[in-house]
Structures are given as structure tokens and as C-alpha cells.
Design a protein around this ligand. Structure first.
Ligand code: GSH
Length: 206
């Protein structure tokens, strides 16, 4: 059986959502980041990078949300979680690449730096996040979903970061109306609610 290693509320929630949307058969394995379980010898054997998510498959381990999500979607084509059209698929991959390489690190630096950022460093990190959220609001999110009419795995991925932003009090409704509406719509999906429940966490209200 597929084993999805995740940490509640962390970025692996995107892969968890994809598994629930796909109706896939899998076992979730919780890794507590606060307890440092991602650095135990047992977990480092699964993913030497010491981060979640990781997915143990019959062929070996896959890492990276941007890889795991489309992989599980491809195994359940009837759920239409990735575009059939090659150009739209490339657009989705581009969005997921941006989320992984640009939005996630910027938010991670602002929210999870240890010791926490303060003063000018915090202001600068916040400005970088705000610029990325504005890019998503004004250009990348076509609406209602990332690619337009079709819900894809990119939507679950985006929702993880807007969820964090809302939790941090920086997803201002006036500045980011589309991102707020998108997060509400994604959180209302039954599959997303199942993923949240499986992780023992709640939707974040606006
Ligand atoms: N680009 C990776 C990022 C993975 C990642 O950084 N995961 C974080 C949680 S959001 C983690 O496990 N951090 C633990 C640590 O750095 O010790 C992906 O999308 O899978």
C-alpha cells in the first residue's frame, strides 16, 4: 500500500488533499516536525532530505509535492485532477513549480525562521510574500480555480499557502479577494475536509 508521510498542516497537506481527491488507497504516516521526527534515522532512510512529504510506492520513494500530486492524479484519470491538454498541463506544472520554488520559501522564511525574524528583516520578508500573493491574485489564479474552470491539484497546493497566510493574518480580504474566495471554495470540498480531518486540523476561517 502507498504510504504518505506528512506533518499536520505543513506543505504535505497538498499531497494529502490530492490523495483524497483521487480516492486513492493509501496509508498516512504522521511525522511530527516539532519533535524532530523528520531527522530520525528511520525517516532519513525514507527521505534523506529530512522533509515531508515523502511517498513510499511499490517502485521506491517519491518526494516533492509538485511531483507526488500529479503522479497520484495520473493514476486516477477519471477524477480529472490534471488537465488533459498538454499546454494546460504545462501551465499547471509551471504554477506548481512557482509555488514550490518561490511562494513556499518566501512564506517559510517569514513564518518559520528560528529565531523568528524581527524589525527590518521581518518587514522585508513580509514585503516579498505580499508581492508573491499579489502576483497570484492578479495573474496566476485565473479563477475560480488556478487554471480557470477545472479544479486541479494546483488548487490544493495553493490552498496550503493561503491557509498559512490566513493563519498569519496576512491574507487581507481587500488586497486578495480572489485568493480568499479560492481558499474558501477549496476548504469547502469534501475531499479537502477529509484530508484536514485525517491530519487532525480544521479549516481556517476568514
Ligand atoms: N519542496 C518540498 C518542500 C518540503 C519541505 O520543506 N517540507 C517542510 C514542511 S512544509 C519540512 O518537512 N520541513 C522540515 C525541516 O525542514 O526540518 C515539497 O514541496 O515537497
Amino acid at each position: 500500500m502507498l504510504k504518505l508521510y506528512y506533518s499536520p498542516g505543513a506543505c504535505a497537506l497538498a499531497s494529502h488533499i490530492a490523495f483524497e481527491e483521487a480516492g486513492a488507497d493509501y496509508e498516512g504516516v504522521k511525522i511530527d516536525l516539532k519533535k524532530g521526527e523528520q531527522k530520525t534515522p528511520e525517516y532519513l532512510e525514507v527521505n534523506p532530505a529530512g522533509v515531508t512529504p515523502a511517498l513510499a510506492t511499490e517502485q521506491g520513494v517519491l518526494t516533492e509535492n509538485a511531483v507526488i500530486m500529479p503522479w497520484i492524479a495520473d493514476r486516477h484519470p477519471e477524477k480529472n485532477l490534471v488537465p488533459a491538454d498538454a499546454f494546460q498541463r504545462a501551465r499547471m506544472d509551471a504554477f506548481n513549480g512557482w509555488a514550490a520554488a518561490s511562494l513556499h520559501p518566501a512564506l517559510g522564511r517569514l513564518m518559520f525562521s528560528r529565531p523568528p525574524l524581527e524589525g527590518d528583516a521581518k518587514d522585508a520578508a513580509l514585503k516579498i510574500v505580499q508581492d508573491k500573493l499579489a502576483l497570484a491574485e492578479q495573474h496566476l489564479l485565473k479563477g475560480p480555480f488556478v487554471l480557470g474552470a477545472q479544479y486541479t491539484v494546483a488548487d490544493g497546493y495553493l490552498s496550503v499557502f493561503t491557509r498559512w497566510s490566513r493563519q498569519a493574518g496576512i491574507l487581507d480580504a481587500g488586497d486578495y479577494p480572489k485568493l480568499n474566495a479560492h481558499l474558501d471554495e477549496v476548504q469547502a470540498r469534501p475531499a479537502v475536509q477529509r484530508a484536514l480531518k485525517a491530519q487532525g486540523i480544521e479549516p481556517v476561517g476568514g
